[in-house]
Structures are given as structure tokens and as C-alpha cells.
Design a protein around this ligand. Structure first.
Ligand code: FAD
Length: 309
């Protein structure tokens, strides 16, 4: 069944890629090599994260601006409301609007004291992600422009969430405030995502809930991050990476196989949109997209190239 689904996927599949703002010149080089490698796959958009507590405000902006100026890609800027007044957050939104950015991924953010500590909104700030979505929409309206706002979704519940119902209430509030797409926290068990999707639809939420896919470049890191993010690591996944800590080349092959299996299974089960957490690396994501039938546009051979062939 897969072989017959992939050509269909080529026509109808949509992907987006997530990057983080680089800290050093070397990381900047890696990021841009990845952006250039992935750009010909024509993603719907590429998003750039916002560091904890707004720590990357300038770097996120600079990365988004460079994507706008130097590529044909559509950037989406992540923005959080943690540890900032409304005015400070509004200024960031206005700067993005002025620069021509038309897509923001709006998040509450994690407590400054670290994940696991209690979150307290800034006294003069947006109280949560839904409040932030509303603020962004109002600012765009005041500037007589439209802005697309995406938000987070948690197939395994946000770690702070007391119940599935509270979690879905928050997602519904974000949609009511104007969010038109949700991107999920990464997950490895597709059943968890599909069951979550059923709950979301039963709650009357009808925006796209795009699965966030994390190709596992580094299993140890992914496991540590999953623990904080409330994402589970299935035993079979740990088993696949077992014994490979000092064997990066086999790890990479396994990572490609795992991500391919996950994404092809989702395609088989009707999913047509994917958001990839690239970790600023292109190779695994490029390979998985290739499996999905995504290809760079065919280039017209030049006379010189034909003569050389
Ligand atoms: P919300 O949607 O506001 O809340 C998430 C859930 O937490 C709710 O569903 C609810 O169940 C629970 N909750 C929240 N507040 C309360 C409350 N007062 N009482 C009870 N339950 C509550 N972080 C960054 O710093 N920068 C980024 O660029 C970034 N990008 C992300 C992109 C994606 C796709 C995802 C999934 C996460 C991202 N994060 C990012 C992480 C995010 O900031 C954290 O998960 C944060 O803890 C929650 O932010 P949120 O917008 O998801 O919160």
C-alpha cells in the first residue's frame, strides 16, 4: 500500500521545517547550509524558534529577516510571552509586521526558573498563549494587515496540564483567539497522535493539527528533552538505539529508518502535513522528504551542461 500512496503524497503533501537561531558563526554556517539544502523542497513555511525567556529575541529576528531577504521561503517567527510586558511583546510583533513577516508561532513559553517550576505570567504581560494570539491578531488588524498564527498542541498532554480536558480547553481558547494551525510536540507512537486528533475533533476544534516530527539525530539528547517536554520514549525506540552511543554512522541510519517508518505510517493513515524539527541539520529531513516523494524542481539543462555530458 505504501508504494501506491507515495506518488499521491507527492501531489498533496505539505511540509514545514523548524530551525533555531544560531549562537556562533559555525552554527550559522551549518544553519544556512541546511536552509539551502531544504529550500528546493518548497516547504509551506520555515519557522525559527524563540529562546527560553526571550533570550534570542535579536537572533530570532535576524534569522527570520535573513530568510526573508535571501530566500524565497516564507518564514514563521516563534514568539513567547514569558518574562516580558505586553508592550515589549507588542514591539516585537510590530517589528515583524514592518519587516513583512506574516506568520507567527505564538507560545506561552517555559518558566524562567526552568521547566518543572511553577509558571507565573509577567505582571504586565500576556497571561498565556491564547491571550498572546489575541494580542497578535489585534495588532495586525490595527495595521490593516493579516497575520497567520500557529500554536502548540500536545498529543500526550502538556506536563503542567491536570487533564486532557484542560489541555483541550487551552487549545480551543487559542483557536477562539485566532490561531489557524497547531503544531504538535514531537511523539514517536503514532497511535497517541491519532487518538489525540480524535479528541480534538470531538471537542469541535477543526484547525489542522500538524504532527511535529523529530528525526532523532542524538538519542540521548532526545530522551532528555522528551522527559522535560512530557513526550514518551517507547521501549522499542530505546531498543533500536541501544548500544550505538559510540557509533554515529549506524545511529544516523537507524534514525532515518525510524523517521521514515513513522512518517510513511502517518501517510498511510491519512496525514498529509508534517512539521519537521530539523535541529538545523538537513540530511535526515531531506531523506525522509525524498521518501515522501518531495523533490527539488527539475532544472532545465543548460547548453553548457549538455555539452559536458
Ligand atoms: P499553552 O498552550 O498556553 O499551555 C499548554 C498547556 O499547559 C495547556 O494546554 C494547559 O493544559 C497547560 N496549562 C498552561 N497554563 C496552565 C494553567 N495556568 N493552569 C493549568 N494548566 C495550564 N518554547 C520556547 O521558549 N520557544 C519556542 O520557540 C518554542 N516553540 C515551540 C513550538 C512547538 C510546536 C511546541 C509544541 C512547543 C514550543 N515551545 C517553545 C515550548 C513551549 O513554550 C512550552 O511547552 C511551554 O511550557 C508551553 O507553552 P504553550 O504555548 O504550549 O502553552
Amino acid at each position: 500500500p505504501r508504494a501506491s500512496r507515495v506518488p499521491h503524497a507527492r501531489e498533496s503533501l505539505r511540509v514545514s521545517f523548524e530551525f533555531f537561531p544560531p549562537k556562533t558563526e559555525e552554527m550559522e554556517k551549518t544553519l544556512w547550509e541546511s536552509v539551502e539544502r531544504l529550500a528546493p523542497l518548497r516547504p509551506d513555511f520555515v519557522s525559527v524558534t524563540y529562546g527560553a525567556g526571550g533570550s534570542t529575541r535579536e537572533r530570532t529576528h535576524a534569522t527570520v529577516k535573513r530568510i526573508l531577504d535571501e530566500t524565497a521561503l516564507t518564514p514563521a517567527a516563534h514568539l513567547t510571552c514569558v518574562a516580558a510586558t505586553r508592550d515589549e511583546v507588542d514591539d516585537v510583533v510590530r517589528e515583524y509586521l514592518a519587516a513583512g513577516v506574516r506568520h507567527i508561532v505564538a507560545l506561552r513559553g517555559d518558566p524562567v526558573a526552568g521547566i518543572g517550576t511553577a509558571y507565573a505570567p509577567h505582571p504586565g504581560g500576556y497571561v498565556n498563549a491564547a491571550d498572546l494570539v489575541g494580542g497578535i491578531k489585534r495588532l495586525a488588524e490595527a495595521e490593516k494587515t493579516d497575520i497567520e498564527v500557529s500554536v502548540s498542541a500536545y498529543p500526550e498532554r502538556h506536563p503542567e496540564s491536570p487533564s486532557d480536558a484542560v489541555d483541550l480547553d487551552m487549545l480551543a481558547a487559542k483557536v477562539d483567539a485566532g490561531a489557524s494551525r497547531a503544531i504538535t510536540q514531537f511523539f514517536f507512537d503514532n497511535d497517541l497522535y491519532l487518538r489525540y486528533l480524535d479528541r480534538v475533533r470531538a471537542r469541535g476544534i477543526d484547525i489542522p493539527i500538524v504532527p511535529g516530527i523529530l528525526p532523532v539525530q542524538n538519542f540521548k539528547l532526545a530522551r532528555a528533552f522528551a522527559g522535560k517536554a512530557g513526550a514518551s520514549i517507547p521501549g522499542w525506540l530505546a531498543d533500536r538505539f541501544d548500544g550505538l552511543d559510540d557509533d554515529p554512522s549506524t545511529r544516523k541510519l537507524i534514525a532515518a529508518a525510524v523517521a521514515a517508518e513513522q512518517v510513511l505510517d502517518l501517510v498511510d493513515r491519512g496525514v498529509t502535513e508534517f512539521h519537521f524539527y530539523t535541529m538545523n541539520r538537513a540530511d535526515l529531513v531531506y531523506a525522509v522528504c525524498h521518501l515522501l516523494g518531495l523533490r527539488p524542481p527539475a532544472t532545465v539543462p543548460t547548453a553548457a551542461a549538455e555539452a559536458a555530458a
